[in-house]
Design a protein around this ligand. Sequence first.
Ligand code: PMP
Length: 380
Amino acid sequence: QKKYLMIPGPTPIPPEVTLAMSRPMIGHRSGDFAKLHERVVAKLKQVFKTQNDIFILTNSGTGGMEMAVANVVNPGDEVLALSTGNFGERFAKIAKEYGAKVDMVDFGWGNAVDLAVVEEKLRQNPNYKAVLATHNETSTGVKNDIAGIAALTKNHRAVLIVDAVSSLGGMEFDTDGWGVDVVVTGSQKALMLPPGLAFISFSQKALEAAQDNKNPKFYFSLPAAKKALAEWNTAYTPAVSLFFGLEAALDLILEEGLDKVIKRHKLLAKACREGVKALGLKLFPAEENASDTVTAVAGDDRYDPEQLRKVLRTKYGVTFAGGQKDLKGKIFRIGHMGYVDKLDIIVAIGALEMALKEIGYPVELGAGVKKAMEVITGGE
Ligand code: PMP
């Protein structure tokens, strides 16, 4: 059976990337690796839209989140955590682990960050050392207005730390233009790589905030990473093969053109949402907050999302993601980021229709696919 991985990470890998990763090993302190590192950092800066230093870590995205917090926040510091779901909660938990006094605002799973609340919080407390925000809340399919949050932190002491793990390379993100201090992302989502690398940029404001840092840290030490970057490349042995793949993936993004990549994600997300709605299903978040990389669909009393996912997987080879934590069994999520194109959406919606019919949900076969096709053909 042919398999279709349609979850919000890890995502499918383009053949050019797979091929690049099979190259013979090279030493990580060789001149060849130093040059490769320099090239991929320069290309990453184009995708991050930043002049800031970018550090490449051999670990998953959560390690990047931990590095950001560990280096910027001191024990006892006040931190404002803006949570819209599982990954917002994780960010707050990391800061708590590092001894910060965390003021977590929970906007509710399915909702976006309300800028008026952030503005008021920052006005009330000039002492926040950092603001933690999630660009794209993968657990709920909600995107947050990072440009808006950055406009508020710009004139505040707080360092804005953003989790862009499931958005960077798939949704508009302008690190320097918006003024985001620390940006964290991972390899296994829109960047079209296997899991295993995290990328993190620090602005001047963030570097200054990190100067008096007192947290115990070793692998995640920013001073060690900075020293290594100045002298050679990464502080410890990097996942060399993933770096080969990284250059191939970044080349694909830059050859297509970052703007076009972002537009493609926007169009495919719209096609996915319209297809879903045409079947009578309800999107989980309000549509104006809906993500361009993952579509979350609400369960209802006419079907069980878990039964649906099982039929999709076993009968059609299609894997969608379920809900996380309290949303388990209540929603399902379709990932459409990275190496994804028009016909992937047709596959997703087509399979969805057939599986819905099979579990007894009232569906007119072709209604969703028709709508998705209309969006795709009309969007060019
Ligand atoms: N933040 C977001 C928004 C994510 O989607 C994920 C991964 N699903 C993470 C953080 C954590 O990344 P990782 O699983 O690579 O540690």
